[in-house]
Design a protein around this ligand. Sequence first.
Ligand code: ADP
Ligand code: MG
Length: 384
Amino acid sequence: MGAQQVGVRFSELYGSAPEGVWAAPGRVNLIGEHTDYNDGFVMPFALPHRATAAVSRRTDGVVRLHSADIDAGVTELHLDTLAPGTDATWTAYPAGVIWALREAGHAVTGADIHLSSTVPTGAGLSSSAAVEVVTALALNDLYELAVPGSQLARLCQRAENIYVGAPTGIMDQTASACCEPGHALFLDTRDLSQQQIPFDLAAAGLRLLVVDTQVTHAHSGGEYGKRRAGCERAASLLGVHALRDIPHTDLTPALSRLADEPELTRLVRHVVTENHRVERTVSLLRSGDPRAIGPILTEGHASLRDDFRVSCPELDLTVDTALTAGALGARMTGGGFGGSAIVLTPEPDVPLITKAVEEAFTAAGYKAPRVFEAVPSAGARRLG
Ligand code: ADP
Ligand code: MG
């Protein structure tokens, strides 16, 4: 939705024009899956889909929240009542950000917020981070807090982890806050150092498709916890702080020490090879060869499917069908058990691959997937 439309709706709701309008995007992770809680590498880029927020300050401690996408009217809260775990609805995301800013000592004295988002929810594209980051950036600008984007991302993560109660890493919020157009963000989740890596698909005659399978398998939360606990146990058995500390050149000796633990062996093999896949992707993109990353994406999918075992039939069907139809590479993206897959393809093959995936879903009796092109886009910014 355009900045102007969001501003007009704000005026209708709250009776005066907003002080400003901001946007923050959703994201897709190019490579580096289930590495974030192992202190490893991730490489997201921002989608053109974004949350847009019109915001004004208040001085009376009141927070009014409205979303164009949720049929619930205006919610009115007071700063004094904001506390983790008290809100099970969508307003916990923006309210949690205000709570986190105030917890960090920033003098936010109230806000009127109206937001609208084009990021599909629950598709693994981080609609939640878009809502958090757009709120944080608006308040940062209006209250002149001068918090850098990477720090705002940390406050948003705190809001999601503690206020909302969802255990997520730092990738989503950092991507939404810090990505740049035509680039992917190489993020080290240990020291939070980041580098913008050129990822101009159009210039190379390529496209990246996102296939939202529109399924979420119910056991995803519990399985995430099991994988995470398994990685922590493997790190402790191997005497390292996190699996990130095992270089890929030490994989074979590390695995031989886990010979009695077949389940942990698979987890370690995924994390170590996945970190190396991120590094290989970075060096190929730096050398101006985006086409060559295709096989790395496909390798990553096989590792998530066979070793980490977080894929599902819909994601596997997407990847297999796209590759058969001529894609350069494809993999599931996000936590797994549903959500989205990405497909790297030469531009002329987009219609063919899209059709092949749609037909395969129909033939399998699955709900139709949502397929769209993902152009590496801008991170959060002020629109007006
Ligand atoms: P995702 O993978 O999309 O981030 P999450 O479950 O983490 O999935 O976050 C989705 C939640 O974020 C929604 O259920 C809702 O509470 C909130 N949210 C996302 N977009 C909007 C929006 N446009 N308006 C209000 N709330 C939103
Ligand atoms: Mg989310």
